[in-house]
Design a binder for this molecule. Structure first.
Ligand code: GDP
Ligand code: MG
Length: 437
């Protein structure tokens, strides 16, 4: 399944110190293959991996997070974005508001009608009326009546009539007369898209102008679901999608592809045959589910927040009190070093990679600085002003550097300190903090 596949492909990144062109390319190839296998449309998968690559290469790896985890987070966020960003709710202003169901036979329209009636009745305090417009199979009307009894919502049906358009219109009249404020119209589907079914549902839609038209689709039907969604959308311009049977051995690809191909939101998910097995669609949760890695994602988020917030706050306080010392300087260097090999890092910047290929960037740029700081006593680190000539001499010897190098570092440190003080005491400080985040 998709989550296992992705997990395996992320393992390639594990143990790697940093994100590079090469390991990203390998991982993304696997991600793309996994998406295709999960019935994600080829173009969607390609665009997706391109975006992830762009994000990954441009990432600031200044956090205490492993590259593999960072990749998971990027993939997760992009998945969520692809599936629609935030959760969307139906806009049901009409009195009565009318919801029309559409979709193939067996997709779960009738079941979802019952679920929706229950949901609006119990959670939104509405008075729903279910309408049986699947007149071709007597069992279909009976099925809706059974569901209606279970959720204690009346069902409008006309056994004699054979015209679903008229039934729908009559039902709305009935709702008005009896004070129902939500009409849910269940319709007939076919095993495949055909002209008669499309004409019928289109005619119903035009006759009752529903507040929302929902396209119900079985999440397990894979790539076919996308084609069906496209054909229904061309005829009905539906409001949103209901993805059913997500409790089964789900191929998450349907959610991804439908969202992008028809550009309509997924609104609800069905997660079982029972009538309470329904939920609003949460893109981020779906991404978690597809990835099967919810823990890692939140872990990454926590790590990032922690670094940003705590470190920034702590440093700002120290700078304001003019207490920024060599220990802080050292921890800043360590943060920068976590970004990894400098040359490799620079090569991730698009266009820079080739240019610096033959240039020698000193990977040990910080080595002597670190050595100098390590040669200071704890008191010298926190109170650099006591560093007189003899102390400097001792430090130079201890660190295997020269007195000039020590002096240069002290001067740099002093300038850095002054600059930081200036910046933080300034009104700009708050703004800079925000920008940093
Ligand atoms: P319709 O032909 O579109 O009205 O589909 P039905 O509502 O009759 O559903 C077809 C079958 O799918 C029934 O056996 C339902 O119990 C089942 N079903 C519907 N929704 C779900 C779901 O979310 N999960 C599972 N496991 N089964 C579902
Ligand atoms: Mg049905």
């Amino acid at each position: 399944n998709l989550s296992e596949r992705l997990e395996r492909s992320f393992k390639i990144l594990k143990g790697e110190g940093k994100i590079t062109e090469i390991n990203v390319a390998e991982t993304l190839k696997d991600v793309r293959r996994a998406l295709l296998d999960a019935d994600v449309n080829y173009k969607v998968a390609k665009n997706f991996t391109d975006t992830v690559k762009e994000k990954a290469m441009g990432q600031n790896v200044l956090t205490a997070v492993k590259p593999s985890q960072l990749m998971v987070k990027i993939v997760h966020d992009e998945l969520a974005k692809l599936m629609g960003g935030d959760t969307i709710e139906l806009d049901l202003k009409g009195r009565p508001a009318v919801i029309l169901m559409s979709g193939l036979q067996g997709s779960g329209k009738t079941t979802f009608s019952g679920k929706l009636a229950r949901m609006f009745k119990t959670k939104k305090n509405r008075k729903p009326l279910l309408v049986a417009c699947d007149v071709y199979r007597p069992a279909a009307i009976e099925q809706l009546k059974v569901l209606g009894t279970q959720v204690e919502v009346p069902v409008y049906s006309e056994p004699e009539s054979k015209d679903p358009v008229q039934i729908a219109k009559n039902a709305i009249q009935e709702a008005k007369a009896k004070g129902y404020d939500l009409v849910i119209v269940d319709t007939a589907g076919r095993l495949a898209v055909d002209e008669q079914m499309m004409n019928e549902i289109e005619t119903i839609k035009n006759a009752i102008t529903p507040d929302a038209t929902l396209f119900v689709v079985d999440a397990m039907t894979g790539q076919d679901a996308v084609n069906t969604a496209r054909e229904f959308n061309e005829r009905l311009d539906f409001t949103g999608v209901v993805l059913t049977k997500l409790d089964g051995d789900t191929r998450g690809g349907a959610a991804l592809s439908i969202r992008t191909v028809v550009n309509k939101p997924i609104l609800f998910v069905g997660t079982g045959e029972k009538l309470d097995a329904v939920d609003l669609f949460h893109p981020a949760r779906m991404a978690d589910r597809i990835l099967g890695m919810g823990d890692i994602v939140s872990l990454v988020e926590r790590a990032q927040e922690q670094y940003d917030e705590e470190e920034a706050k702590r440093l700002q306080k120290k700078i304001q009190k003019n207490q920024f010392d060599f220990n802080d300087f050292l921890s800043q260097i360590h943060q920068i070093k976590k970004m990894g090999n400098l040359k490799e890092l620079a090569s991730m910047i698009p266009g820079v990679g080739k240019a610096i290929k033959d240039i020698d960037i000193d990977d040990n740029a910080f080595k002597s600085i670190e050595a100098i700081i390590y040669s200071m006593t704890p008191e010298e680190r926190t109170r650099p002003e006591i560093l007189n000539g003899s102390r400097r001499n001792r430090i130079a010897k201890g660190s295997g550097t020269s007195i000039q190098e020590v002096n240069r570092l002290l001067k740099q440190f002093d300038q850095t300190r002054k600059m930081m003080k200036m910046v933080t005491s300034n009104k700009m400080a708050g703004m800079m903090q925000k920008m940093k985040r």
